[in-house]
Design a protein around this ligand. Structure first.
Ligand code: ADE
Length: 284
């Protein structure tokens, strides 16, 4: 718990991607336990523009967790248990079109799941952490991202003279390897925009908890089917992310400041009509 003895709470969560391991100054570090095991790291609580923010480094602060080892359920559960109801999810992606080169910021409106066997639901028919048996729940994923969050992210980028790409499809691969040229060309041929490794199941689990989730995809490289060189390397991803991390932080702060305080979006109604909701999730 924080040193002040005040309850550890936050309204907005940010899950930092490759190269974003710290976001806030003057943080209170809290360790959060979840029924699904430990999250990727401690949660760092702070304030931006009068809004309380919880930052969680997705890969751990020393980048120790590869995408397929991240405990996505614990991460989302931890943020929700702190009171978070809106989540911003910056991530590094590869561009699938020549015009989406390194440094492009794309705010996707769709994703395609190409991951394999990741724990992707809280509603798997087993007893919930409180011992109750959940309903069978099928959340809507037609529009996976929060419209209000997307609007705030796009406006924040524009306010910082970083013209974002408004919409597009993020294809999420299992990794940790990058795509072959054939896979990459196939993604492009399908009309998909960018490729990453963490967007799924993060967005799904957020929706299952009724959280708003917004992806901010920072292009760090052109994927193998688009570029003509040797293909992408992890070092390149980290280097380009590092070069853009200051303006990404500025955009995130502005988006946090502008997120609506009251929610009435599709995400906020994701669990409407359920008899029990997700029993065992502490409400703020
Ligand atoms: N993350 C950053 N660049 C990527 C790429 N080309 N493919 C998958 N994930 C990525």
């Amino acid at each position: 718990p924080p040193a002040t003895g005040a309850p550890a709470r936050a309204e907005i969560g940010v899950i930092g991607g490759s190269g974003l391991y710290a976001l806030l100054d003057d943080v209170t570090e809290v360790t959060v336990q979840t029924p699904y095991g430990p999250p990727s790291d401690s949660v760092f609580l702070g304030e931006v523009a009068g809004r309380s923010v919880a930052f969680l480094p997705r890969h751990g602060r020393g980048h120790t967790l590869p995408p397929h080892r991240i405990n996505y359920r614990a991460n989302l559960w931890a943020l929700h248990s702190l009171g978070v109801r809106q989540v911003l999810g910056p991530c590094a992606v590869g561009g699938l079109r020549t015009e989406y080169g390194p440094g492009t910021l794309l705010v996707p409106d769709q994703f395609v799941d190409r991951t394999l066997g990741r724990a992707q639901t809280f509603y798997d028919g087993l007893p919930l952490p409180d011992g109750s048996l959940p309903e069978v729940v099928h959340v809507s994923m037609a529009d996976p991202y929060c419209p209000d969050g997307r609007r705030a992210a796009l406006a924040a980028a524009r306010a910082n003279a970083w013209e974002p790409v408004d919409g597009g499809t993020l294809v999420v691969i299992e990794g940790p390897r990058f795509s072959t040229r054939a896979e990459s060309r196939w993604f492009t041929a399908n009309g998909w925009s960018v490729v990453g490794m963490t967007g799924h199941p993060e967005a799904v689990l957020a929706r299952e908890l009724g959280l708003c989730y917004t992806s901010l995809a920072l292009v760090t490289d052109l994927d193998a089917g688009v570029e003509t060189g040797e293909g992408v390397t992890h070092a390149e991803v980290l280097e380009v992310f590092a070069r853009n991390v200051d303006r990404l932080r500025t955009v995130l702060f502005k988006a946090v400041a502008d997120l609506p305080a009251a929610r009435d979006c599709v995400c906020s109604h994701a669990l409407d009509g359920l008899e029990t909701g997700l029993a065992g999730v502490p409400e703020p």
